[in-house]
Design a protein around this ligand. Sequence first.
Ligand code: TYM
Length: 336
Amino acid sequence: MNEKRVVFSGIQPSGDFTLGNYLGAVQNWVRDQAEKINYFCIVDLHTLTVPQDPVQLRERTRSLAAILLAAGIDPDKCTLFIQSHVTAHAEASWLLNCITPLGWLYRMTQFKDKSQKQESVLTGLLDYPVLMAGDIILYDAHEVPVGDDQKQHVELARDIAQRFNHLYEQPFFVVPEPFIPKVGARVMGLDNPSNKMSKSFAHIRGHAVGLLDDPKEIMRSFKRAKTDSGNDIIFSDEPEKAGVNNLLGIYRSITQKTKEAVEADFADARGYGDLKVRVGELVIETFAPIKARYESIMADPAELDKLLARGADQARQVAQPKLDQMKEIMGLVLPR
Ligand code: TYM
């Protein structure tokens, strides 16, 4: 079989684009885009599962599109689009709701976690992984490159695809697989290396590093990064070394070096202070050209809109017929 593999992944326009998003997901999307058929989606409907400011959400959606292009997503090799532009996603999620047991959704750790932090939990938050399953399986994606925190959701998408195939007795959906990078799958907060670096904690100073942050601010966060009272710059699973491990992991994910080569690079370092500055500098250097391209893309909003409209057209051509077939299989009458 020499058919090209299909890749689907998504990202929410819910806050500042972080180093975690870059290393855990986008860097890998960019690296592999030439060999596969790629769909990358800005999942604005998912963002609505917690309350949003409408003006900010609109701005963030377009800004995130510019960031992805600036980071190297090539619209000639990938289909980059906004989820709400392709209405098949919302429709598929309704159809899939009707075959997904509620218990599967209550089990999701991200739901448990996020719902505890909300005063009033919206239905959409519980239903979130069903929409995500629809995103993926509408394109018959084989691979879903995501960070570690999304693994359970992709596994649920597998379960939903398999349940549909089983209920309707045909191999209609490709059963997708999560693709988790070996390095960078879980970038931790610089302020507290036991918490995942997250857009939702970006307001806490020194927690997350944003692509658009001022380099001085980025360096300040690295200099303040939590480490331990020792001085060994080595990879280690010891809980107290989590801070050093995180810094070395960031360095390793960007340079793609082996663990041994990374440790050798720091053999001459003068303590953790030196480690923090060198990793901070590498991140700033990595972000600088992306930030420059971002500025120029944002300076031409008409071109950005054109690219996104083209992406949505391409996505629709795949998603709509799949949705129609799905409706037919489920017994709905298609309009003639
Ligand atoms: P989101 O927007 O939270 O994150 C986008 C991607 O970034 C990864 N990521 C991280 N990786 C490593 N370390 C971190 N600290 C870190 N923080 C975030 C995430 O794992 C993700 O890959 N539900 C998804 C969006 C989505 C989706 C999809 C993904 C909707 N539909 C279909 C894949 C396929 C989410 O909220 O990602």
